[in-house]
Design a protein around this ligand. Structure first.
Ligand SMILES: NC(=O)c1ccc[n+]([C@@H]2O[C@H](COP(=O)([O-])OP(=O)(O)OC[C@H]3O[C@@H](n4cnc5c(N)ncnc54)[C@H](OP(=O)(O)O)[C@@H]3O)[C@@H](O)[C@H]2O)c1
Length: 292
């Protein structure tokens, strides 16, 4: 199975064009099997977060798999509530210990938490970690234009990525245009509309319709692909790096097997036309319930 192709970040470093979402929601808890299947299927980017509580088991599973460290792209995120400089540095080193690595490929600020006003201090910490060689690429998650503006005003290094909720129902076009203008690559969380049950325990209405949208089903028929493959290909053709989560070996292989066909611009625009602006998860401005 070929591995996922790469994209180039604003610092010249490479990043896989598609990654594996954290497996923290797995009910069977068989993370080793999930990680082994993902690596066999060609995934190299693993998207983690201290908040998910999965770093220990992912780190162990990656180590047990035996794949060479330099083949992997291990990414994790700074937990809310740890934006003060020393605290952020300590948190990063704790994540690295749990993940059993001596450097991270990517470290992101999970949420800006603007009410606390400390994300520029957290950014200084990430820059420090980068300069110390502990983190090869630094970025943000759930940052809107106003948050990134403040980072750009004070930064030494421009964020390499901004990881955001993104799928055909939430195309965030103005924010993506802003990111492109600043050479910041968007990554997509909830790229397939998210889990069947939302983080707040309620059923996720987007999940009930996203795979049966006529435009997506029509393109799936035309290209002899599944609706999930059409959605993920649309995302990568939009220049976004999706990190779909799956614990199903069939879905994992399906989700990465998307780089051998191209949809036309007109077809991409049809999918973008599904945008409703409805989000399923928290945005960068209302994330403070996650502050701890
Ligand atoms: N930065 C942030 O604030 C933030 C927030 C939330 C999530 N994330 C990241 O984004 C990742 C992805 O989010 P997510 O997992 O919740 O949402 P998602 O990837 O959009 O959807 C995952 C769901 O879709 C199903 N699925 C996957 N592939 C499929 C396929 N080919 N056909 C049909 N169903 C399929 C999965 O079930 P199966 O397991 O059965 O395949 C699972 O129920 C997370 O794992 C995490 O790494 C980041």
């Amino acid at each position: 199975m070929p591995i996922a192709p790469t994209m180039t970040l604003n610092n010249g470093n490479k990043i896989p064009a598609l990654g594996m979402g954290a497996v923290f929601l797995d009910s069977d808890g068989d993370i080793q099997k999930t990680v082994d299947t993902a690596i066999d299927a060609g995934y190299r980017l693993f998207d983690n977060a201290a908040f998910y509580g999965n770093e220990e088991s992912i780190g162990k599973a990656l180590k047990n798999n035996g794949i060479a460290r330099e083949e992997l792209f291990i990414s994790t995120k700074l937990k809310n509530g740890h934006h003060k400089f020393d605290d952020a540095c300590r948190e990063c080193e704790s994540s690295m210990r749990r993940l059993r690595v001596d450097y991270l490929d990517m470290y992101l600020i999970h949420f800006p938490c603007p009410e606390h006003g400390l994300y520029t201090e957290a950014w200084r910490a990430l820059e420090h970690l980068h300069k110390e060689g502990l983190v090869r690429n630094i970025g943000v998650s759930n940052f809107h234009e106003s948050h990134i503006d403040r980072i750009l005003d004070m930064c030494e290094f421009v964020p390499a990525v901004d990881q955001l909720e993104f799928n055909p129902y939430l195309t965030i076009k103005p924010l993506r245009e802003y990111l492109t203008a600043h050479k910041i690559v968007p990554e997509a969380w909830f790229p397939l509309g998210g889990p069947a049950i939302r983080l707040d325990g309620l059923p996720n209405p987007l999940k009930e319709t996203i795979f049966t949208e006529p435009v997506i089903v029509g393109l799936a028929d035309k290209y002899n692909r599944t609706p999930a493959q059409i959605i993920l290909r649309w995302e990568t053709q939009c220049g976004v790096i999706p990190v779909p989560k799956s614990s199903s070996p069939v879905h994992m292989r399906e989700n990465i097997n998307i780089f051998d066909f191209y949809m036309t611009q007109r077809e991409l625009d049809f999918i973008s036309g599904l945008n409703t602006g409805n989000r399923c998860g928290p945005s960068g401005d209302d994330c403070n319930e996650y502050w701890d």
